[in-house]
Design a protein around this ligand. Structure first.
Ligand SMILES: Nc1ncnc2c1ncn2[C@@H]1O[C@H](COP(=O)(O)OP(=O)(O)OP(=O)(O)O)[C@@H](O)[C@H]1O
Ligand SMILES: [Mg+2]
Length: 469
């Protein structure tokens, strides 16, 4: 069980240290704050079960701190401690939502017992709140799977910011779900009825991005025979998603800043500015603060974009979601094998859990999709998983046990892609190019084989070439 956590707020250094020391000795995780302001900073960084606060302090009083904590941290219990104890102030504090009221000097036993009771209640409240939000569906967003606390936190932020117009920056490694989160923000916003407009700043050559974003007037440059409405204008009253924003050139960064500041856009070659009401969501797989430090990204734009930041955790740091996601993707793709594959075997799940997933959720998704296709029976087995996923497992297991693993992986790994392709091509040849016949030989459904042929890039023309004349 995790240690109960207490934040001790007291302006008198000696008193604070003594109280903190006693609580540490009794097994609490303790942080200290010399005043209300620091206390709120610490609370914003991480939750506490209990806040033990002095009542009379310079700056912010214990009462003010309590008033601030109550609505923001509903589970956290506040205990007031004061030398100026009066029945009146005790009643007042309790009415304002304090858990208890202690008078100084407090004896050790009372202090510890009160803190323990408060922590217990905090845990209960926390559980209740979690249950309630689950019941109310607050911790779920359609299409987003995950139950790791980190992802629940992300969902909470998404729900909180979605209704506003504030700019959101989504950071996370490749494949962690940045785009799906950006779309959820749009879907949960009052702008949802308008189309979500997305542009990937790294996929489009620099000189074309300006044209895409801002549009142009007719005759703006050679070849501009028609007026073109840019994506910023197209996203009026809607959401504009700027994917890989760190790849935007410095010149365009300045122009984008102007749009955000003035809410106006001017087409290339135009003299008129148009008012636009665009909610911007940006994503990057780099650390934008570092890009600023390296002077690759404008600081002023950074502050404009970074009003709310959502950081998506890599899959390897939310392992408990691997089984949930794997089953989600199994359900999503089971139709490609005619619904035959029903589950991921325990052995295969172990392999999935052991792997580091550098490509995150996207990589897991394609591994499961592929496994569904390769799977012979109704359960995905380790052999259905990609070589790199298996070899990681083999390596760690070998190192752990000092003996070869049950998976016999050659050092260079097995190339399942070619193996499968070869088998299928052989079968197609033997079946004279008749898909139904080849499918029967391979023990797979017509649709599965068709899907695989498509996936291997066997074009219609090619497979027709194999068909009997
Ligand atoms: N929490 C989730 N639940 C279900 N599916 C998810 C989740 N997160 C991501 N995915 C799926 O994983 C794939 C990758 O997600 P997405 O494209 O949003 O990632 P990304 O961070 O934008 O990746 P990249 O940096 O490569 O552009 C998508 O198919 C998406 O639907
Ligand atoms: Mg993306």
């Amino acid at each position: 069980m995790k240690k109960p956590s207490v934040l001790v707020v007291e302006d008198n250094d000696l008193e604070r240290q003594i109280t903190a020391e006693i609580l540490r000795e009794e097994g609490f995780a303790v942080e200290e704050a010399p005043g209300g302001k620091r206390a709120l900073e610490l609370l914003a960084l991480g939750s506490f079960d209990v806040v033990l606060t002095d009542l009379v302090m310079p700056g912010m009083s214990g009462e003010e701190l309590l008033a601030d904590i109550r609505p923001k941290y509903p589970a956290t219990q506040v205990v007031m401690v004061t030398a100026h104890g009066t029945i009146d102030s005790a009643v007042k504090a309790m009415k304002a939502g304090a858990f208890y009221y202690l008078t100084k000097p407090t004896d050790r036993e009372t202090l510890v017992m009160t803190a323990l009771k408060a922590a217990e209640l905090a845990n209960l409240q926390e559980e209740n709140l979690l249950l309630r939000s689950r019941l109310e569906g607050k911790l779920q967003i359609e299409g987003i799977v995950g139950q790791d606390p980190a992802i629940e936190e992300v969902i909470k932020i998404v729900r909180k910011v979605a209704p506003s117009n504030s700019t959101v920056l989504i950071q996370g490694e490749s494949g962690t779900g940045k785009e799906i989160i950006a779309r959820s923000i749009h879907k949960l916003s009052p702008r949802a009825s308008r189309p979500f407009v997305a542009i990937n700043c790294s996929a489009i050559p620099e000189n074309l991005i300006e044209n895409e974003l801002f549009g142009h007037e007719r005759g703006a440059f050679t070849g501009a025979t028609e007026r073109k409405i840019g994506l910023i204008e197209a996203a009026d009253k809607s959401t504009l998603f700027l994917d890989e924003i760190s790849d935007l050139g410095v010149g365009l960064q300045a122009k984008l800043l102007r749009v955000l500041q003035e809410k106006e856009v001017r087409r290339v070659g135009g003299n008129e500015s148009f008012h636009v009401d665009v909610r911007m969501v940006a994503a990057t797989n780099r650390n934008l603060a570092e890009e600023v430090a390296e002077q690759r990204f404008r600081e002023d734009l950074y502050y404009r974009v970074n009003v709310v930041t959502i950081t998506l955790p890599p899959l390897r740091s939310r392992r408990s979601d691997i089984p949930v996601l794997a089953n989600h993707f199994l359900a999503k793709y089971s139709h490609v094998a005619g619904g035959r594959v029903r589950e991921v075997s325990r052995e295969a799940m172990e392999v999935l859990l052991d792997y580091s997933w550098p490509g995150n959720i996207r990589q897991l998704e394609s591994a499961v999709e592929r496994a569904v296709l390769l799977c012979d029976g109704d359960r995905i087995m380790p052999r259905d998983l990609p070589a790199e996923v298996l070899s990681k497992k083999a390596l760690t297991r070998n190192a752990e046990r000092g003996r070869p693993d049950r998976f016999e992986i050659p050092p260079e790994g097995i190339n399942f892609d070619n193996l499968e392709r070869d088998l299928i091509m052989q079968a197609m040849e033997k079946a004279d190019g008749v898909i139904a016949k080849a499918a029967k030989m391979l023990g797979m459904s017509y649709r599965t084989l068709q899907y695989r042929l498509e996936k291997f890039g066997v074009k219609k023309g090619e497979s027709r070439g194999l068909e009997p004349k």
